[in-house]
Structure formats: structure tokens, C-alpha cells
Design a binder for this molecule. Structure first.
Ligand SMILES: NC(=O)c1ccc[n+]([C@@H]2O[C@H](COP(=O)([O-])OP(=O)(O)OC[C@H]3O[C@@H](n4cnc5c(N)ncnc54)[C@H](OP(=O)(O)O)[C@@H]3O)[C@@H](O)[C@H]2O)c1
Length: 279
């Protein structure tokens, strides 16, 4: 991390996860100084005690001296927050927004034409350090600033840079909405096991451990998930019979339609937000 001072605007769940991850990963003696601006008194006290960082209720004051500014408020708050900050943002500051669905052009317009903006699209497993984040940098972002945005998001998981901002819609459909697809799979597996007569607690534990174990195995293996699946599907066996049911039920095609629907909805929402950035 090149930045020696980082300001977070909004001290909610995502900000706390990012700060926790950064402080854990920072080499000894190279811990950046961190300030969080957050309106809620109790949350401010909690953050200061738990993470040993500065806090304030004054967004504009938090910006002073920071090279990196992280906008971590809910999307619906973003326009008001960015417009209030606009007169206080310095030319050399990098602004990273983690808000879902808000295009760089809208952020730049609300920040009075500030150029150095990075848009990040993290997902909920970031809260446990296993996130997947897509990053897109506006033209005015320097190599050093790109590296800082990357270090910030690496604190909570893996990072993928995007060439085009429109690719954020694909990231949203895969890793953004993806945890919900896996929860849906878990729900379905657990319900099916309970229908077979398994105790709910046992069905839950075995479902979660199976999904976790399969993901860990797939990450460790050189083979593709398709190959791993073939290896556990002996001809004439139980798994082969189960997979045939899934194929005949059109589950693969349903996944295709679901991911496309999420991508299309992300495009629609971005178009709406883009229009509000032009107003
Ligand atoms: N959580 C995730 O996994 C995830 C994934 C992808 C993207 N994101 C994005 O990350 C952003 C933050 O999400 P989150 O889950 O951390 O939400 P959150 O827990 O609600 O955090 C937002 C924080 O901002 C504070 N806030 C509200 N108005 C403010 C203002 N005017 N100035 C400064 N701070 C203000 C809120 O305080 P009050 O509670 O007092 O209002 C709250 O503590 C969102 O834009 C979301 O789209 C989150």
C-alpha cells in the first residue's frame, strides 16, 4: 500500500471488514493511518475500540491528508454524500467506491469532475475474508493509485481488474449474485435430505461441509470442476444417476438463464444510475 493515510466514508459492515483485513495483512511498522467517518455514535465507538483507528462524524474533515478515500455508504446515500464531499476532494486523492450499481461517470459528476475514481464490486463473502472483487479504474487513475485500490480489496479476497466498466455487470451476475446461487443450492440439498428423513441439524451440517469441501477441493485441484465431477460419477453409480436427473430437469440451462437475467438487471440499474449522474 502506497497510501499512508486512508479515509473511509461510512463505517458499516464492509468498511469494518476492509479495515480489519488491511490491518491484519499490513507488514509490521507499515500500518497506514486510518480514519472512519460515520454518523452513528455507537458504531464509531465500536470501530475505534475494536480496530484502534481514528473516527469522526465529519465526512469532509476525514478527507484531510488522506491519499485514498473509500466511499462505503449504501448506494442510495451515495449522491448526497459525494456531492457534499466534492468541494473537499483534492486533485491527487484516489476515490474508491464500493457501492453496487453506481457508474464511474455518476461518481465523477457528483464529485464535481474529479477524475481519479475506481469502482469496486465486492461480494458478501468479503465479510469473512473470502471475497471476489471486480475493479474498474477511470482514465485519470495512476499506476500507483491502481496498486492501492488493489491492495485495499485484496485485504478481503481475490481481485480481478476489468478493461471495460460494462464487465461489472458480468461480475455482478457471477460473483456478486453468486453467493445466493450457492445458498439456493444449499437450501435445496438440505430440504431434499430432510425429505429423506434426515434430522435438520445433521442435514444442515453435512450440506454446508459438502459445499465447503467441494469448493476447497476444486481450488486445490488442477482439473476443471467438470473433470472433478466426472471422476466421482462411476458408470452405473449413484452420482451418475443423480446428475442425469439434474441434466434432464434443465438445471444447467436454468443457471444460464439466471446468470443472464442478473447481468441484464445490473445493466438496467446502471443505466438508471448513469442518467441520475447526468442530471
Ligand atoms: N456488504 C457486502 O457484502 C457488500 C457487497 C458488495 C457491495 N457492497 C457495498 O458496500 C457499501 C456498504 O455496504 P455495507 O454492507 O457496509 O452497508 P452498511 O453496513 O449499512 O454501511 C454503511 C454505513 O454508512 C453509514 N452512513 C450513512 N449515511 C452516511 C453519511 N451521510 N456519511 C457517512 N456515513 C454514512 C451508515 O450509518 P447508519 O447505519 O447510521 O446509517 C452505515 O454505518 C454499499 O454501497 C454496498 O452496495 C457491500
Amino acid at each position: 500500500m502506497n497510501a499512508t493515510r486512508i479515509a473511509f466514508i461510512g463505517g458499516g459492515n464492509m468498511a469494518a471488514a476492509l479495515i480489519g483485513g488491511m490491518l491484519q495483512n499490513a507488514p509490521a511498522g507499515a500500518r497506514p493511518s486510518i480514519v472512519v467517518s460515520e454518523p452513528d455514535d455507537e458504531r464509531r465507538r465500536g470501530l475505534a475500540e475494536r480496530l484502534d483507528i481514528e473516527t469522526t462524524a465529519d465526512n469532509a474533515a476525514a478527507l484531510a491528508g488522506a491519499q485514498l478515500v473509500v466511499l462505503a455508504v449504501k448506494p442510495q446515500m451515495m449522491q448526497a454524500v459525494a456531492e457534499d464531499l466534492a468541494p473537499h476532494v483534492a486533485a491527487g486523492q484516489l476515490v474508491v467506491s464500493i457501492a453496487a450499481g453506481i457508474p464511474v461517470s455518476a461518481l465523477q459528476a457528483w464529485l464535481d469532475g474529479h477524475r481519479a475514481v475506481v469502482r469496486a464490486m465486492p461480494n458478501t463473502p468479503s465479510m469473512v475474508g473470502c471475497g471476489a472483487t471486480g475493479l474498474f479504474a477511470a482514465e485519470g487513475v495512476s499506476a500507483e493509485q491502481r496498486s492501492d485500490a488493489e491492495s485495499l480489496m485484496r485485504a478481503v479476497g481475490v481481485v480481478q481488474w476489468l478493461e471495460e466498466e460494462s464487465q461489472i455487470d458480468e461480475i455482478t451476475a457471477l460473483s456478486g449474485s453468486g453467493p445466493a446461487y450457492v445458498f439456493y443450492l444449499m437450501e435445496s440439498m438440505q430440504a431434499a435430505a430432510e425429505e429423506l428423513g434426515m434430522e435438520p441439524a445433521v442435514a444442515r451440517l453435512l450440506t454446508l461441509e459438502t459445499v465447503y469441501g467441494a469448493a476447497k477441493l476444486a481450488l486445490a485441484a488442477d482439473e476443471s470442476p467438470a473433470e472433478l465431477r466426472r471422476r466421482v460419477s462411476s458408470p452405473g453409480g449413484t452420482t451418475e444417476r443423480a446428475i442425469r436427473e439434474l441434466d434432464e430437469s434443465g438445471v444447467r440451462e436454468a443457471f444460464g438463464r439466471a446468470v443472464r437475467a442478473s447481468r441484464d438487471r445490473s445493466r438496467e440499474l446502471a443505466a438508471k444510475m448513469g442518467e441520475s449522474g447526468q442530471s
